[in-house]
Design a protein. Structure first.
Length: 322
C-alpha cells in the first residue's frame, strides 16, 4: 500500500518539491517494489536512502522494518546517498551516507545489496539459477481439504501422494529425506476422473461431494485450475529447501521422491546431475548460505523467495566434487 503514496505524490508534485517517507524496507528487493525503484530513478528524484537494521524498531508499537527515503521531484542528483542505520540515535538528521552513482543503482536487481554490500563474489562462481530452476511448491487452495486426514480414509492409495507439507518435515530430516512414511499425503487427482477404475471413481466422487460442501471448489486457486479438484503437484525435486524461518534455509536431498506444497522450494537442475554432484551442492549450500542472502523482516524472520535462492553464488558443479 505504501507504494501508492509515492505514486500519488508523483502525480501531485511539481518540480523542486521535496519529501521524506518512512516505510517498511521490503520494497528494496521485491517485485512490487520495482515501481518505486523506477520512480526514484526517473522523475521522483531519489536523493538518499537510510535503511534501519532489522534489529532496529522504528516504532515502539509495531514490529516492522524501516526505510527512510528522501527525494526531490525532478531534480535527481548524480548519486544516491545510502547507508545502513544501526540505531535510531544514529540517524543524525539524515546527513551522512555513502554516495553511489545512479548508473549503479538503476542496474541493481536488489537495492539492499547497495545499502549493505555483501562479500565479493569468488572467482569462477556462478549464480545458482544458472544450474537450477527454483520453484515454490504447489498451492492447494484449501489445506484442510486436500491434505489427507480422517476425511480421506475411503480414498484409494493411488490418489494420496506423500508430500512435504510443513517446514518441520525438512528441518527434522537433516541432510536427507529418505523415507516418506512420516510425511502426510495430499489428495492429487487427475483432471480426467474417467482414468480411475469404477471402485476408485465411486470413492473419489463421494469425497468430492464432501469437498464441495466445504467450499473447496470456490477458492481462488480452485477456480483457476483446469479442474477444481486437481491440485497438480509438481514433479519431485531432487533438492528441497525451507524458505522462511529465523535461521538459514535447510537444504535437504529428496531421496524418496516426495512432492512439496508451497511451504518449501524445489531445486530442479537445468541439466542432469548425478547423485554425487547433488549431494555436494546440497552440502555446500548448507555450509555457506546464511540469513544475509535472504530478506530479513523485523524481529529476525528471514524469507527466501525463489529468485533470491537462484541469485546465491555457488561454485560450478565441476568444482563442487573433489
Amino acid at each position: 500500500m505504501h507504494i501508492h503514496f509515492f505514486v500519488r505524490t508523483m502525480q501531485l508534485a511539481r518540480p523542486g518539491d521535496f519529501g521524506v517517507f518512512i516505510t517498511s524496507a521490503e520494497w528494496l528487493d521485491v517485485n512490487y517494489g520495482a515501481t518505486l525503484r523506477q520512480l526514484l530513478a526517473d522523475g521522483l528524484g531519489g536523493v538518499a536512502l537510510h535503511v534501519l537494521e532489522p534489529s532496529v524498531m522504528p516504532f515502539a508499537d509495531a514490529t516492522t522494518t524501516g526505510a527512510i527515503t528522501c527525494f526531490r521531484v525532478g531534480e535527481r542528483p548524480d548519486n544516491l546517498c545510502v547507508r545502513s542505520v544501526e540505531s535510531l540515535d544514529r540517524l543524525n538528521g539524515l546527513s551522512t551516507g555513502t554516495m553511489v552513482s545512479w548508473d549503479t543503482v538503476s542496474n541493481a536487481k536488489r537495492w539492499s545489496t547497495i545499502v549493505k554490500p555483501g562479500p565479493a563474489v569468488p572467482p569462477g562462481y556462478i549464480e545458482l539459477g544458472e544450474i537450477c530452476r527454483v520453484h515454490r511448491g504447489q498451492v492447494t487452495g484449501s489445506n484442510s481439504v486436500w491434505i489427507a486426514g480422517e476425511h480421506t480414509k475411503g480414498l484409494p492409495e493411488g490418489v494420496l501422494t506423500p508430500t512435504v507439507t510443513k517446514a518441520r518435515d525438512l528441518l527434522s530430516a537433516g541432510e536427507r529425506l529418505s523415507d516418506h512414511q512420516q510425511l502426510r499425503r495430499v489428495v492429487d487427482l487427475p483432471t480426467d476422473l474417467e482414468q480411475l477404475d469404477d471402485a476408485a471413481l465411486s470413492e473419489v466422487k463421494k469425497f468430492l461431494r464432501w469437498a464441495k460442501q466445504q467450499g473447496a471448489d470456490q477458492s481462488y486457486i480452485a477456480r483457476h485450475r483446469r479442474a477444481w479438484w486437481s491440485v497438480g503437484l509438481k514433479d519431485p525435486a531432487p533438492l528441497l529447501c525451507t524458505y522462511m524461518a529465523r535461521r538459514p534455509p535447510a537444504f535437504v536431498r529428496n531421496l524418496c521422491d516426495a512432492r512439496h506444497i508451497n511451504i518449501a522450494h524445489g531445486l530442479y537442475p537445468r541439466e542432469t546431475m548425478d547423485d554425487i554432484t547433488l549431494d555436494a551442492l546440497a552440502a555446500w549450500l548448507r555450509d555457506n548460505v546464511g540469513v544475509e542472502s535472504g530478506r530479513t523482516y523485523a524481529g529476525g524472520l528471514t524469507k527466501f523467495e525463489p529468485k533470491e535462492i537462484e541469485r546465491i553464488w555457488v561454485p560450478r558443479p565441476d568444482q563442487l566434487v573433489v
